[in-house]
Design a protein around this ligand. Structure first.
Ligand code: BG6
Length: 495
């Protein structure tokens, strides 16, 4: 399975994403033999650059971020011959005419029609104008040949997401639209489906009868860095929960699909979003917590509070932390809470899903033998540690019957050599192959927005008087502890 000859057009070619993620991903696909014999990568941007200067910039990104390390001169030489740059003004039709003629010239040279991938790594307000112009001026006919790839944020709320979907669907077929949620491309995230559906052991206990609750934590030590301009208009709920975290929740909660077809799997994922309990005022009050970091310390380094970050409103009401208790109201999950939390400038960077099982129905062990009693837990550690662990109780060696929790561990680094592909490698290859499984369909995006809109409204309408309410470097606001402690649980962290 190798892709057809492809022209890859990156709008926003001089941007951070192209530098940090796209170029290293394409380069590694090339090294691993996944790129077709004929391909061209055209970067576009406002800056005046020659092809050579653009190549040098991408090489810098590859040397810095590629999982295979610094590029080797011979390999880079042959790869980079396929990279070109075009100065562009996204509002000017000429940009698209020029792109169109470039594409035609490659096709003439290859004596073959190419697959065309238009990658929109630009601010979302440009999506509609690019889409319209591509349709008018560039080759875009033929469902199988043309794809448009879109980065988040996909809308700012339900209404704008619907409008954007309508605009895009007016021009392209849903089968041509690839909405990226890079979490779905992560190796450990793809393994959730494999682990759940390729083992017979789990399915009988994967339900409300055996599972007590589920936790999804995506915590980051990083602050907003230089993204204050975007982030201050978004916040943790829009930036992480609407997309990445709800998609993780879908993978944990989805029903078994009947096969691996993209739409079959996406149907099962959207079923979860549709079954999720809607939020009323009480559910928001008791089941959703927001936070904003103040000044603090990260690994011994002093960092400013969120309101002091560049491009952030000094009176900002934007949340940099959010924790929510969700329920999936269906036969399998009735009554099982799904606690999720995410935040910037927290104590640890870790993405971890913990499935906590119910206690044994009757303990035969005397209290003193079970001091370290822990219920069974299955832990998907997505990053930075890549592992799946099953926490069990076992006997501690010795003459007495003392119980001790132990882990059965599948650790990637101990099991496989080498670094697994980066999310963007998987996603770019899937785009070239025309496989939409790991991309967001319009109805998924809208269902996720619909679910969280009441919380966003409530938070938007009422300024939080307590911001900042956690110090950078801590585990978030106290209320986040209370959210889960009121049900008798604690947030799980890997040691
Ligand atoms: C992005 C968010 O989608 O995901 C960022 O916009 C966040 O704010 C990032 O830092 C986290 O991704 P990863 O792959 O580093 O966990």
């Amino acid at each position: 399975l190798t892709p057809q000859p492809t022209v890859f057009i990156i709008f926003g070619g001089t941007g951070d994403l192209a530098w940090r993620k796209l170029a290293p991903a394409l380069y590694n696909l090339y090294l691993d033999g996944w790129m077709p014999d004929h391909f061209s990568i055209i970067g576009t941007g406002r800056t005046q650059l020659s092809d050579e200067q653009f190549r040098e910039k991408l090489l810098e990104g590859i040397d810095k971020f590629s999982r295979s390390g610094k590029a080797k001169p011979e390999q880079w030489e042959t790869f980079s011959k396929n990279i070109y740059y075009q100065v562009s003004d996204l509002k000017d039709e000429k940009t698209y005419q020029e792109l169109g003629s470039r594409i035609e010239s490659y096709e003439a040279e290859w004596n073959q029609k190419a697959d065309l991938i238009y990658y929109l790594a630009v601010a979302p307000n440009f999506f509609p104008i690019i889409a319209e112009n591509i349709a008018k001026k560039c080759p875009s006919e033929g469902l199988d040949r043309t794809r448009i790839v879109i980065e988040k944020p996909f809308g700012h709320d339900l209404e704008s997401a619907k409008a954007l979907n309508a605009q895009l669907q007016n021009i392209f077929d849903e089968k041509q639209i690839y909405r990226i949620d890079h979490y779905l491309g992560k190796e450990t995230v793809q393994n959730i489906m494999a682990f759940r559906f390729a083992n017979s052991l789990l399915e009988p206990i994967w339900n409300r009868n055996y599972i007590d609750h589920v936790q999804i934590s995506v915590t980051e030590q990083l602050g907003v860095e230089d993204r204050g301009g975007y982030y201050d208009g978004a916040g943790a709920m829009r930036d992480m929960i609407q997309n990445h975290i709800l998609q993780l929740l879908c993978l944990i909660a989805m029903e078994p699909p009947i096969n691996l077809d993209a739409d079959e799997i996406r149907n099962r994922r959207v079923d979860v979003l549709r079954s999720m309990r809607r939020f009323d005022a009480d559910a928001i009050r008791f089941g959703a917590v927001r936070g904003q970091y103040g000044h603090g310390w990260i690994e011994g380094k002093e960092v400013p509070g969120y309101r002091q970050e560049p491009e952030v409103n000094p009176e900002s009401n934007t949340e940099t932390f959010a924790a929510v208790k969700f329920f999936v109201d269906n036969w399998r999950w009735q009554g099982v809470p799904f606690y999720v939390r995410t935040g910037k400038h927290l104590s640890q960077s870790a993405s971890v899903i913990s499935i906590q099982f119910k206690n044994v129905p009757h303990s035969i062990f005397p209290a003193e033998s079970a001091e370290n009693w822990q219920q069974n837990r299955l832990i998907f550690s997505i990053q930075p540690e890549m592992s799946i662990r099953l926490q069990m109780q076992a006997k501690r060696p010795g003459l007495e019957m003392t119980l001790n929790p132990v882990d059965l561990v599948f650790d990637y680094s101990g099991t496989y050599a080498g670094k697994p592909p980066e999310a963007y490698e998987t996603l770019l290859l899937d785009t070239m192959l025309g496989d939409q499984t790991l991309f967001m369909r319009s109805d998924q995006v809208e269902a996720a927005w619909e679910l969280i809109m009441p919380i966003l409204h409530a938070w938007g309408n009422k300024k939080s008087l307590s911001f900042p309410n956690y110090s950078a470097g801590s585990w978030g606001p106290e209320n986040a502890e209370a959210l889960i402690a009121q049900d008798g649980f604690h947030w799980f962290t890997l040691p």
